[in-house]
Write a protein that binds this ligand. Sequence first.
Ligand code: ACO
Length: 401
Amino acid sequence: AIDIDKLRSETGAITMDPGYKNSGSCKSEITFLDGEEGILRYRGYSIEDLAEKSNFLEVSYLLIFGELPKAAELEKFETDIRKYTLVNEEMKNIIDGFPKNAHPMGVLASLTSALTAFNPKSVNVANEKDMYEAVCKTMGKFLVIATWTYRKNMGFPLNYYDNTKGYVENFMRLMFELPTGPYKNNPVVINALDKLFILHADHEQNCSTSTVRMVGSSHAGLFASISAGVSALWGPLHGGANQAVLEMLEEIQANGGDADKYLAKAKDKEDPFRLMGFGHRVYKNFDPRAKIIKKAADEVLATLGVDDPILTIAKKLEESALQDEYFKSRNLYPNVDFYSGIIYRALGIPTEMFTVLFAIGRLPGWIAQWKEMRINKEPIGRPRQIYTGAPLRPFVNAENR
Ligand code: ACO
């Protein structure tokens, strides 16, 4: 094998790979992804099997600890997460400081970072007990504060976790229960959300996960690293695409519903517009998650009896793009975000919360990757560059500039 460090010190060579399109940053045992074949596996289990037969907490355990839990292990995991769902009351003062219309992802990143102030003990990764406690704490508190970003925007009182209900059920309750009466869970909705969280749970070295590993590589704490991941996820080229897809569909509808006009815009190189929810850095074939979600979307909409004109536009866009030479030649297929926004909308989730739901789903992946990076004692992430600025020049005093 080539010793890269030796080669670089001898030749000064630097590999240029903007966007890290072809650079591996680590070895990982967590997620296998084959973009050419459209294969995704967590810890060796196919995403299709997990989405159909497992549940979100079980998949979280699998990602973080490496094996599917036995029944008693899963029960203990759920109980231990519950122990940490109370969020420090002073966090509410921080929430009150945000303007009412603040974007929930900005608030979530700030609140996650603020958790470091209330949980200052750094995680001793070599100590399994310490690590386990940090995992349960993150899983518990993140879910609650994620829903608080919405409650704050709506001006509703903040809800607390209900220990008699499951993790995903609690998400809906925390979001939607009002003082006027209990929130009635719909099993169709809970099952669909559970599936969506599983599909988002990990995706190897994507932008937000690489960010979590990069920040953590300086030995910053778990909450600080996750907070950076939330910020990275927010952008419309990454997790923010699910919100952008819905906004795009709404815009098409508002402008007469002409999907083909927008397809032409996406192909026009003079126009910065891109078809949101299409294309993927790694998948050059159908995104396997999109296949599962598309089926789930059809089922949920049929069961809930949703008849949404936005869906007709989405179907038309999808059909036209899949037959279009521009999209075919560039291997641009619908990705997971094309359909997730459609289901979220059918479930009554407000558009601005879509990316927050992605973050809740991705949380176990971020934790698993952070943990692996620290346990493997990976070096600090520190890429190089090729300098293209001015050569040495003499300093000019202010009066002579
Ligand atoms: N609409 C129109 N053209 C596109 C699109 C799109 N959605 N995506 C890629 N292209 C074109 C590019 O213009 C480029 O064309 P060219 O070769 O003629 O210059 C070619 O396809 C390759 O695109 P790149 O930008 O080089 O691909 P990259 O791997 O860097 O980007 C990305 C991938 C960011 C996902 C891109 O496809 C995109 O912007 N998609 C829309 C946003 C989106 O849906 N993001 C969610 C990603 S999935 C996730 O985060 C869960």
